[in-house]
Design a protein around this ligand. Structure first.
Ligand SMILES: *[C@@H]1O[C@H](CO)[C@@H](O)[C@H](O)[C@H]1NC(C)=O
Length: 190
C-alpha cells in the first residue's frame, strides 16, 4: 500500500513536470498516425511505400550534397567586383564589431576589480581596432594609384582564418549595412 502510494506520487510528479512534452509527443504521434491512416485510405500507401520514399529521399540528399561539392569550386573564382567589395566591407566591419565586443566583455567581466590600467588598456585596444578598420576602409573608399592597378582580389582579400572565426562566432548573423555610405560614415567618425 505504502509502495503503491509512493509510486503514484512519483507518477503524478512525472506527469506534472513533463506534461508539455508528453502532450506534444502524443499530439504529434496522433497526427502522424492519422496522416498515415488517411494516406492508406485514399491512396493505399502502406508502410512499404513510406520506406521506399524515405530511401529515395536519402539518395536524393546524397546527390544534392554531391552537386554542392562539385558546384563549389566553379563558383569560387567568379565573384563580381561588387560582391568582392561587399564581402570585404562586411569582413572589416564585423571584425571591428567582434574586437570591440571582446574588449567590452573583458572589461565587464572585471567590473568589480577594474583598475585604471585596465581601462587604459581597453581604450588603447579599442583605438587599435578602430585604426585597423580605418586603414582597411580607406582602401574601399579612396584606393590610391597603386591600389587601383592591383588585382582586385589582392586589395580586397579577406583573411580566411579570421573570417571563419567570425562566422563560427555568429557575427555573420548580424544584419549590417555595408553600403559605401555606412563605411564612409564610420571611416570619418571621430
Ligand atoms: C598605396 O597604399 C599602400 C597601402 O595599401 C601603400 O603601401 C602605398 O605606398 C600607397 N601608394 C601610393 C602611391 O600612395
Amino acid at each position: 500500500m505504502d509502495l503503491w502510494q509512493k509510486l503514484r506520487v512519483h507518477i503524478n510528479e512525472f506527469f506534472f513536470e513533463n506534461y508539455p512534452y508528453i502532450a506534444l509527443y502524443s499530439g504529434v504521434g496522433v497526427a502522424f498516425t492519422a496522416y498515415l491512416h488517411y494516406q492508406w485510405q485514399m491512396h493505399h500507401y502502406d508502410l512499404m511505400h513510406w520506406k521506399h520514399l524515405t530511401e529515395a529521399f536519402s539518395q536524393d540528399i546524397d546527390c544534392f550534397q554531391l552537386a554542392i561539392l562539385l558546384g563549389n569550386p566553379d563558383d569560387g573564382g567568379e565573384m563580381s567586383l561588387p560582391e568582392i567589395k561587399d564581402r570585404y566591407a562586411r569582413f572589416i566591419l564585423l571584425r571591428l564589431i567582434a574586437r570591440l565586443d571582446r574588449i567590452h566583455s573583458k572589461i565587464s567581466a572585471k567590473r568589480k576589480t577594474l583598475t585604471f590600467q585596465h581601462c587604459a588598456r581597453a581604450h588603447a585596444n579599442m583605438a587599435k581596432a578602430v585604426a585597423l578598420f580605418r586603414k582597411d576602409a580607406r582602401k574601399l573608399i579612396l584606393p590610391n594609384e597603386s591600389e587601383i592597378l592591383m588585382p582586385i582580389e589582392d586589395i580586397y582579400g579577406v583573411a580566411e582564418d579570421e573570417d571563419r572565426l567570425l562566422r563560427r562566432s555568429g557575427y555573420y548573423k548580424l544584419i549590417i549595412d555595408t553600403t559605401d555610405d555606412t563605411v564612409k560614415a564610420l571611416f570619418n567618425a571621430k
